[in-house]
Design a protein around this ligand. Structure first.
Ligand code: BV8
Ligand code: ZN
Length: 238
């Protein structure tokens, strides 16, 4: 079903437990490269090759150079109308849950509160020895970063093959299973477990809405699809 703004706005603001799930497409209009778009490459590596524990164990400097490059790029961008619109939705609907797969921190910067960061945050470092997590916004970062204990630090993000932090995942599932409205924006719907969230919401009886420039594996289950840029559609929905 092509976009029906009035109906979707009414449903969003009359819902009890709305959930919004975002992916890289929501940050794309800020100039942050997506993962699977043509700009999703760095030195001809794909994210799946570098965002893994194996890649970091084999060549921590290479993986850190990729993250440092991304941190430098993200430090120069600002939230776009997609992030602002979602922050507005959260202001207007006190019970809105925002789950993001993005690690750029732009939702928080745009004013969204209590963001559930499913895949972690690129601005936090975690010690591989003692586990200490610190916020670090140095760009460029002196590589390889070390913890006060001397241990090698890694980005505090979830790599492929790593489990989503249990507390975050159970919080997400708990919200989704009570959701009556579920909006998914800017995600290709291929990375698990986030890609299963829309189906979970549907089974919970939620009204499903997708905002994406392209069709995705999730599109077939949507009640309403807005095929367009998040930066255009979301402000109209907010
Ligand atoms: C887990 C953090 C198990 C790091 C990320 C087979 C082999 C190996 C593994 C697997 C496999 N099958 C399944 C798996 C598991 C794997 C997985 O799903 N792989 C996929 C690739 C098949 N998943 C995992 O490994 C997860 N963990 O399963 O653990 C486990 C359990 C217990 C104990 C031990 C282990 C962990 C996954 C997390 C990986 N980390 N990021 C970092 O960022 O560096 S994932 C990465 O992809 C980002 O977080 C990103 O957000 C996420 C999803 O991508 P999207 O956000 O969707 O971005 P993408 O570029 O794909 O799409 C952009 C979309 O936006 C497109 O649809 C486009 O059309 C649209 N768009 C573009 N511009 C706009 C727009 N839409 C609107 N407006 C626009 N302007
Ligand atoms: Zn340490």
């Amino acid at each position: 079903m092509e976009g029906r703004y009035d109906e979707v706005r009414d449903r969003l603001y009359s819902s009890r437990n709305p959930v919004v799930l975002t992916g890289a497409g929501v940050s794309a209009e800020s100039g942050v490269p997506t993962f699977r778009g043509e700009d999703g490459l760095w030195r001809n590596f794909r994210a799946e090759e570098l965002a893994t524990p194996g890649a970091f164990a084999r060549d921590p400097l290479l993986v850190w150079e990729w993250y440092d490059w991304r941190r430098q790029r993200i430090s120069q961008v600002k939230p776009n109308p997609s992030h602002i619109a979602i922050a507005q939705m959260g202001t207007r609907h006190k019970n809105l849950t925002l789950i993001t797969q993005n690690v750029d921190g732009l939702h928080t910067l745009a004013g969204s509160k209590d963001v559930l960061e499913l895949h972690g945050n690129i601005w936090r470092l975690r010690c591989t020895e003692c586990g200490k997590v610190v916020e670090n916004r140095e760009v460029p970062l002196k590589l390889l970063p070390r913890c006060v204990c001397g241990g090698l630090q890694r980005p505090d993000v979830v790599w492929f093959g790593e489990a989503i932090p249990g507390d975050v995942l159970s919080e997400c599932i708990e919200r989704i299973e009570r959701s009556d409205f579920f909006l998914v924006a800017g995600t290709s719907g291929v990375v698990q477990p986030a890609a299963s969230f829309a189906g979970m919401a549907k089974r919970a009886g939620a009204f499903l809405v997708e905002v994406n420039t392209d069709e995705t594996p999730l599109s077939y289950m949507m009640d309403v699809r807005f095929s367009g840029r998040a930066g255009e559609v979301l402000p109209d929905l907010a």
